[in-house]
Design a protein around this ligand. Structure first.
Ligand code: F6R
Length: 241
């Protein structure tokens, strides 16, 4: 694992964007795995600016999002589809057919999970996958558990995750309690993984993920087993490293 400690959130965003830009420039066809959440917003802003300056193109890029809530329409401002569109996709030249986000409104969720996994296998592997991390150590929506789930699957969200995500919703009852997420094996199939974490609230889980034992109780700890992982943290999130 490579650990990059930077000063603050802005520096995380800049460095994260640099990793994405490098891959976009160096690969002819690129497959990028993407997270939502608060953490990558700054990185996406920089990517949009670089695109507008003419420095990068997504013409030959495909993207696969990590996860999506079950039960939110695409038009719902809290869906990850909406998030990705407003923070990134509507501002860049990516082709619609090259955007992949699990469909949380699918009639048959199991089939949707299997198809997502299949599409990723056919079009992948991901050249680079960006991750955030939950305070409970989740990556994607792989919650602490007594075993690792492998492929894309339907997950029930932890109470702590529902509580953490409630800040985006009018009331806590509106927060979905289940989601579709890439599994741990799906995540580890990426050639390169870059995890971004900012703020003291992530410091304890970052310590466990980086220096603790590999356990499904801290899903991010499994990243210790991957051969090309970079963790970008600010000083606050690196407090216990
Ligand atoms: C979102 C995702 C989650 C978030 C994590 C951190 O697509 O996969 O694992 O990365 O919950 O969220 P923030 O960045 O809001 O702290």
């Amino acid at each position: 694992m490579k650990i990059e400690v930077v000063k603050n959130y802005d520096e995380i965003s800049k460095l994260g964007a640099k990793y994405m830009i490098d891959v976009l420039r160096n690969e002819e066809k690129v497959v990028i795995g993407l997270p939502t959440g608060s953490t990558p917003i700054g990185m996406y802003k920089i990517i949009v600016e670089e695109y507008k300056k003419g420095n990068i193109t997504f013409n030959n890029a495909k993207t696969f999002n990590l996860d999506e809530y079950i039960g939110l329409e695409k038009t719902n401002t809290n869906s990850y589809y909406y998030f990705m569109n407003s923070n990134l996709f509507s501002h860049i030249d990516i082709k619609n057919e090259n955007i992949n986000i699990p469909n949380g409104m699918a009639k048959n969720i199991k089939e949707e999970c299997n198809n997502y996994e299949k599409r990723l296998k056919e079009q992948g592997p991901m050249d680079i996958l960006f991750l955030g991390i939950g305070q409970n150590g989740h990556i994607g929506f792989n919650e602490p558990n007594d075993y690792f789930e492998t492929n894309t699957y339907k997950v029930s969200l932890d109470e702590s995750t529902v509580n953490a995500n409630a800040r985006f919703f009018d009331k806590i009852e509106d927060v979905p309690t289940s989601a579709i997420t890439m599994g741990i094996k799906t995540i580890l199939s990426a050639k390169k993984i870059v995890l971004l974490a900012s703020g003291e609230s992530k410091a304890e889980t970052i310590k466990q993920a980086v220096n603790g034992k590999v356990t499904p109780m801290v899903p991010a700890s499994v990243l210790q087993l991957h051969q090309d992982v970079t963790i970008i943290v600010d000083e606050a999130a690196a407090k216990y490293l």
